[in-house]
Write a protein that binds this ligand. Sequence first.
Ligand SMILES: Cc1cc2nc3c(=O)[nH]c(=O)nc-3n(C[C@H](O)[C@H](O)[C@H](O)COP(=O)(O)OP(=O)(O)OC[C@H]3O[C@@H](n4cnc5c(N)ncnc54)[C@H](O)[C@@H]3O)c2cc1C
Length: 381
Amino acid sequence: MNFDLSEDQALALDAWNRFLERDIAPKVAPYRDTYIEKSVAHELLGLTGQYGVGTGWVPEEEGGLGLDFVTSGLLYEALARVSPDLAGLCFVNEGAALKLQRLGRPDQKEKYLARLLAGELIGCSAISEPGAGSDVPNMTARAEKDGDTYRLYGEKQWISNSSIADLVIVVVGTGEKEFSMFLLDREKHDFSVREVDKLGLNGWSLGQIFLDGVIVTDEDRLGPPGEGLRESMKGFERSRAFISLVALGISRAAIDDAIAYAKERKAFGKPIAGHQLVQDMIAEMVTLHDASQLLVYRALSLLDKGGKHNQQAAIAKSFTTESVQRITSLAIQVYGAAGIARENGVERHFRNSRMLTIPDGTTQINRLVIGREVLGINAFR
Ligand SMILES: Cc1cc2nc3c(=O)[nH]c(=O)nc-3n(C[C@H](O)[C@H](O)[C@H](O)COP(=O)(O)OP(=O)(O)OC[C@H]3O[C@@H](n4cnc5c(N)ncnc54)[C@H](O)[C@@H]3O)c2cc1C
């Protein structure tokens, strides 16, 4: 396995990093306690898309940049160091664009795909519900036939981008243990949204979507009837690798902060970086980060090769998202009391990292995936 960057990857990453510091960091700075507002989100998606973030997975012939997963992952990792919130926003939008590209009818793609890729529209995917998180098939949101139309009833919860989305790809029951996807357009369909106040990643919109008799037709259906859940599950390997990239970005930012502080802060007559137990903390952080990075790059390179790699994606996701909490907690410890003051920014890495063991399979669910792959026994139920 060779993880050396190609010349093209190194050039792209260099340009991207300079762009992130110069153009993106100042624009996202005001959105640490509230979600990135819609007008800014449109602008940022338009900018990042030109570098392949938000556009990379869609093939060139369909208007995307057609990047491989490793290259796309390197770009997302760098973005997450500067803004894990924007990384989430872009990833969720890109996931919606990819679903549309894979499953949409020509008229649906014509209407929405180019605009999603340009950031003119913002998308999201709504699967989770108050009574169905890990246990996805327990969803109760449903489409009831009403003459030539359907009415959608139910509630979706913990939906990324929900407050700013123009398009919602929603999965609802259409029969006994049968689920279908519908494409809800904010301009056409009547549904309401509530943002949730949360622990971290506060620039990343997360909320509830209420379906109270939303009228849809077969025209609004996305993909084959009855395939909504199976199609949604297909994206999990990619999304697990992506959440791992957010963890890597947060880890890197916390390590950079801790190293800079340790060199500057003095105690007992010398920089604390010169004390052996502070070096031990830095060494542990770097070791966990390196191990996480290798696991994520392996998962991404396997995704590029094709085939199923559930086990490697689950290992990457569970290891990196647990490790990032230890890394960011140690960063606070290196800072001492200064680490808990909101004005110094280090505690934010910790709060952000705490969000990541939950989406796209909790740590426990990913361990069950690993167990199933290794043992050949499904312990989910
Ligand atoms: C930042 C963030 C973004 C998200 N974005 C989206 C989105 O865009 N769209 C969307 O649809 N959803 C989204 N979600 C929701 C996410 O997919 C769910 O939160 C996740 O699937 C877990 O479901 P739950 O929170 O209901 O926890 P539960 O499923 O209720 O789990 C509670 C606890 O029980 C454990 N548990 C459950 N079942 C088992 C089992 N069989 N064995 C052992 N332990 C078990 C879990 O590991 C967990 O510790 C997001 C969540 C977060 C935090």
